[in-house]
Design a binder for this molecule. Structure first.
Ligand SMILES: NC(=O)C1=CN([C@@H]2O[C@H](COP(=O)(O)OP(=O)(O)OC[C@H]3O[C@@H](n4cnc5c(N)ncnc54)[C@H](OP(=O)(O)O)[C@@H]3O)[C@@H](O)[C@H]2O)C=CC1
Ligand SMILES: O=C(O)[C@@H]1CCC=N1
Length: 264
């Protein structure tokens, strides 16, 4: 039988996780609880049979796996308010940016199993990249949490000191990729396509390029070599992009985002 899961914080990410767990069949609606203060926005999940409540203590009491998906500044209040209900049988999984495993343990004041998971918004369609780290986890619990996030996309287990870097590359990365696609759409319109067709071509082309790397395990430059005809149009465009600082601007953007949240 599946474990009972409570998601504290039914916002963008919390509801996307709930939808993914239901759609994948990982959880039955009756085994899922989701909380927020204004529960009206959770009506679609309620209609599917998910237990919806504004009572975090009840949610923690009745469930074994607790996924924390509130904003970073809300974590301290939420954890303090439920800490009496948290015991060694509970597993706390935070998807919150910048709150350390040690911070959670200090707020709760008990040696539970703690996880941090850093997904991205593609979790809504079960295509997330989720980086995971943990404290006090036994093998069985780690496997369960890995299985849970594997149903919502791909996972990698990392050391906690890489969690900020994971936030940048994995979560902010969705926004960077969107900008790249948007620029292609803008270029595509200038060379003749209507916006809808340009959007389809740009998005599917990026999806196909990413799938080549994921499925074949090749390096991007190997795939680029297959596209670039000597004296052809691809290399002419690529070199112009590099002269304009394309790779350099992306690397600098990643590092600027990292500097904004890095603690070291
Ligand atoms: N967006 C992203 O790409 C990513 C976000 N994250 C992290 O995920 C977390 C959630 O982000 P996101 O879903 O975008 O944020 P949202 O603001 O959409 O969701 C947070 C939810 O928490 C609810 N909430 C606030 N206080 C309480 C409370 N006391 N009890 C129960 N629920 C409460 C809010 O609803 P109400 O006000 O009705 O209570 C709100 O719906 C953040 O910490 C963020 O850092 C992590 C990876 C990627
Ligand atoms: O922009 C931010 O701060 C958060 C972190 C990951 C995605 N959004």
């Amino acid at each position: 039988m599946g474990k009972r899961i409570a998601i504290i914080g039914g916002g963008n990410l919390g509801t996307a996780i709930a939808e993914g767990l239901l759609n994948s069949g990982f959880s039955k609606a009756g085994d899922l609880t989701i909380t927020k203060r204004n529960v009206a926005t959770l009506k679609p999940l309620k209609e599917k049979g998910v237990h919806v409540t504004d009572d975090n203590t009840e949610a923690v009491n009745k469930n074994e796996i607790i996924i924390l998906a509130v904003k970073p500044f809300q974590v301290a209040d939420v954890l303090r308010s439920v800490k009496e209900s948290l015991n060694e049988n509970k597993t706390l999984i935070s998807v919150v940016t910048g709150v350390l495993l040690a911070d959670m343990e200090e707020l709760v004041g008990k040696k539970l199993t703690y996880f941090r998971a850093m997904p991205n918004t593609a979790i809504a369609i079960q295509e997330s990249m989720t980086c995971i780290c943990s404290k006090n986890a036994d093998k069985a619990t780690a496997k369960y949490v890995n299985d849970l996030f594997s149903t919502l996309g791909k996972i990698v287990t990392i050391d906690e000191k890489l969690m900020e870097a994971a936030t940048i590359l994995g979560a902010c990365g969705t926004a960077y990729a969107m900008r790249y696609i948007r620029a292609n759409i803008q270029g595509g319109i200038e060379i003749g396509f209507d916006a809808t067709t340009a959007s389809l071509i740009a998005a599917q082309t990026v999806k196909g390029a990413a799938e080549l790397l994921l499925k074949k395990g090749t390096h991007p430059e190997q795939e680029i070599d297959k596209v670039t005809t000597p004296k052809g149009c691809t290399i002419a465009g690529l070199n112009e992009m590099e002269h304009r600082g394309f790779s350099s601007s992306l690397i600098r953007g990643v590092v600027a985002s990292y500097k904004k949240i890095a603690k070291d």
